[in-house]
Design a protein around this ligand. Sequence first.
Ligand SMILES: CC(C)(COP(=O)(O)OP(=O)(O)OC[C@H]1O[C@@H](n2cnc3c(N)ncnc32)[C@H](O)[C@@H]1OP(=O)(O)O)[C@@H](O)C(=O)NCCC(=O)NCCSC(=O)C[C@H](O)C(=O)O
Ligand SMILES: [Mg+2]
Length: 295
Amino acid sequence: MTTVVTGRPRRSALYVPGSNRRALEKARALAADVLLLDLEDAVAPEAKTAAREAVCVAVPELARSGRELVVRLNAPGTPWYADDLRAVARVAPDAVLIPKVSGPQTVHTVERDLETAGAPDGTAVWALLETPAAMFAAREIAASSPRLGVLVLGTNDLANELHAEHVPGRAPLLAGIGLAVLGARAEGRVILDGVYNDVRDLAGFEAECVQGRQFGLDGKTLIHPAQVEPCNRVFAPSAEQVEHSRAVLAAWDRAVADGRGVATVDGRLVENLHAENAKRILALAQELSGQELSG
Ligand SMILES: CC(C)(COP(=O)(O)OP(=O)(O)OC[C@H]1O[C@@H](n2cnc3c(N)ncnc32)[C@H](O)[C@@H]1OP(=O)(O)O)[C@@H](O)C(=O)NCCC(=O)NCCSC(=O)C[C@H](O)C(=O)O
Ligand SMILES: [Mg+2]
């Protein structure tokens, strides 16, 4: 399988610390496609219980906004995991994001625990890939379960485990990112990029969004409200892309009607794969324009 069903847009996925009341309130008005309500690394150990309670109150309130709501739990094996899972299963966000997933077994554990806790079947499991082992196991993780929704890159932990430095262009991380994208796409999964840590450097952030899009990632995870607008812009199809995609589809339809297997647009070859890609871009553009009209 090589194509990905577009589904809901996931251009931007903002981490919102569960322990930060102001950020939870502010998130209501932010235009991120996905809110990742965080119980893990953004929350200090002594604040875990209060953060869990605050997130369980916030989920039903934020659900009214129509955004995709995901709660990042503490990982299986930590002292907080069981309580996080039981509490979050009751409020039924769209998905739970599991940190430090390095193989399919962790997905199976969480899946079983969600069922035991009575979570609705619709609660998906998202996997955070942030270890060297996870990059090598990306395809197995992507194929681990029908409940597995989205793969998310954790480039901070990955850099840390690699003893790598954060540098413009991310050369030390590109092998891992490439493996993860290959694994995700081989199984037709959506995959989101890691975070950009300097919240004041919006030019550097935008350059990294463009790099992620060029790699084929569907969107990016974010840590600050200022990153939402540039991220949504970069990961949305541009007007030129939409126009070109329409031309590709029109040329392809004419070729099919004439019994030909190839066409050209502006002198460039168009085959079935280009038509499929054009359909994906137009479906995403359509989804976003519908969202903007109804929002
Ligand atoms: C990075 C921050 C600590 C900066 O916070 P702050 O100094 O408060 O920023 P500002 O004063 O500029 O904030 C302006 C207003 O925006 C609100 N705000 C800030 N961040 C968020 C947010 N994430 N969601 C919602 N609202 C937010 C502030 O409250 C201000 O509001 P107002 O008072 O009305 O002006 C902070 O941004 C932050 O904590 N970000 C999240 C950090 C985080 O989630 N880290 C963990 C995940 S990243 C990761 O590591 C992924 C993976 O695991 C890996 O390994 O790579
Ligand atoms: Mg991490």
